[in-house]
Design a protein around this ligand. Structure first.
Ligand code: NAD
Length: 253
């Protein structure tokens, strides 16, 4: 296998893997030799994904993990250590959107849920992954931010606030742990056709949203996951502290 895409024997934990990016990334890493602990708040969904992956012969453990609960994030990392002996890759992907609305209509409860899942959930994942990676002397973490984490997102201010915080965690983590050979990066997708988008936007809305990108369309999940694989590649060993937009050209405008 090309060393750029060879994950043989690497142990990866992925949050939010019952559907969308998390599911596809789990399948792609498994195809390339990784051993997986996949988790989601949707327990039945993540078990179904794991059954599909296990049927291909890959090693995979599925469990419930609500990332807003620190002890559940610890349990997920502990499961990887107990089952596979280490954690090479941590992907803090679980996240939620909120209904589009003007900033002045955003209630505290919306900010609280955004902060609990999209920010604290990432920090909880990172803290337990990093503790294990420090004992190993190496590791790779990928946080899932958004284009809304790099610039303003009209009618999505609480989401944008939370995804900007993920960038802060990512850059700070990279600075703190670079000397320990732990790489920490974030991916920042534009709107992509996962259930997060397809569940609320019909085709007409999707093509309207796509028109704001220079490539005149929304992203496909496989296009985001291709970059995730590159960023996680064991051969990509000098990349850290980067927040990479995969956005059909939006950030160039
Ligand atoms: N799809 C997009 O347009 C887009 C763009 C930029 C960033 N993102 C980010 O990508 C990540 C993945 O989103 P997706 O597009 O695959 O969405 P998705 O809704 O298809 O999948 C998200 C998964 O996270 C899980 N989840 C939700 N709350 C959770 C919690 N508290 N604990 C554990 N799991 C939880 C859901 O059950 C679901 O399986 C999110 O962080 C999202 O904000 C998505």
């Amino acid at each position: 296998m090309d060393p750029l895409l060879d994950f043989t024997g690497k142990v990866a934990v992925i949050t939010g893997a019952a559907q969308g990016f998390g599911q596809l990334l789990a399948q792609e890493l498994a195809k390339r030799g990784a051993k997986l602990v996949i988790s989601d708040i949707n327990e039945a969904g993540v078990h179904q994904v794991a059954d599909g992956i296990a049927a291909t012969g890959a090693q995979v453990l599925a469990m419930k993990c609500d990332v807003s609960k620190n002890e559940q994030c610890k349990a997920m990392v502990d499961a990887a250590i107990n089952t596979f002996g280490r954690v090479d890759i941590g992907v803090n992907n679980a996240g939620i959107a909120h209904e589009f609305m003007p900033l002045h209509d955003i209630e505290e409860s919306i900010m609280d849920s955004q902060f609990a899942i999209n920010v604290k959930g990432v920090q909880f994942g990172m803290r337990h992954q990093i503790k294990q990676m420090l004992t190993q002397g190496e590791g790779i973490i990928l946080n899932v931010s958004s284009m809304a984490g790099l610039s303003g997102a009209a009618r999505g201010s609480a989401y944008s606030m939370a995804k900007h915080a993920v960038i802060g965690l990512t850059k700070t983590g990279a600075v703190e742990y670079g000397r320990h050979n732990i790489r920490i990066n974030a991916i920042c997708p534009f709107f992509t056709l996962t259930p997060m988008v397809t569940n609320f936007a019909d085709e007409e809305k999707q093509s309207k949203m796509g028109r704001s990108a220079p490539m005149n369309r929304l992203g496909e999940p496989k296009e985001i996951v291709a970059m995730m694989l590159m960023m996680l590649s064991p051969a990509n060993s000098y990349l850290t502290g980067q927040c990479i937009a995969v956005d059909g050209g939006v950030s160039a405008t």
